[in-house]
Design a binder for this molecule. Structure first.
Ligand code: FES
Length: 207
């Protein structure tokens, strides 16, 4: 098909090779357009990435990680750990979403060293690679007997109810379950300082 339409020029010439003066102008315009579009996309990418990061990792917002939450009452707890959801208002760059799940913790009653009643709190995230740890009757790999333990469904690590690994020498996890700070106030309300920790390390590093 003959003619001098835009589509003809675009399919026959490239902005990196020679041609006539008018073609050169067209090529410069085209190249500037491409450059402008690229810079615009780059400018948009920064806030888009920031928004996506905040949506995916809400705890990285200032003020949530390490914050204390009232989750239940002492009387509502048992000796066996149970899961409690941690809710908070999550803000991204533009909106606030109320009562979003930012984490889950295990809570149970315990006896403090001085004999007073206390609360044990643990992250539900396995320190090895981040799977959600379960609790229930499990075969103790050391004794062969069934008892209530924490266990990880991903790679089979087992933990006692105080968070310690049953077999440190054979565990994928390099540390115990991550204990969280918890307290009971004078009215019996249970407060937990929620925190995430770096995975795959022997050291317990808050993130
Ligand atoms: S993620 Fe729990 S043992 Fe690997």
């Amino acid at each position: 098909m003959s003619g001098n339409s835009c589509s003809d020029k675009e399919t026959k010439t490239c902005c990196c090779h020679g041609g006539s003066a008018s073609e050169g102008q067209d090529r410069r315009s085209f190249c500037l357009s491409v450059l402008g579009a690229g810079m615009g996309a780059a400018a948009l990418a920064v806030p888009t990435y920031a928004g996506a990061r905040m949506a995916l990792f809400p705890l990285q917002q200032e003020g949530l990680s390490g914050k204390e939450y009232q989750l239940t009452t002492y009387d509502a707890l048992d000796e066996t750990p149970r899961q409690f959801v941690v809710l908070d208002n999550v803000c991204d760059a533009w909106t606030t979403s109320p009562n979003q799940t930012i984490g889950v913790v295990y809570l149970c009653k315990k006896t403090n060293e001085d004999g007073s009643p206390g609360v044990a709190a643990f992250q539900t995230v396995c320190p090895h690679a981040g799977c959600r740890v379960k609790v229930g009757p499990t075969k103790n790999p050391t004794t062969g007997k069934t008892e209530v333990l924490f266990y990880c469904p991903c790679h089979g690590d087992t933990f006692y109810l105080n968070g310690e690994r049953v077999q440190p020498e054979n565990s994928k996890s390099a540390r115990s379950l991550d204990a969280l700070e918890a307290r009971v106030d004078e009215s019996g309300k249970v407060f937990v300082k929620y925190q995430n920790f770096q995975l795959g390390t022997a050291e317990k590093k808050p993130v």
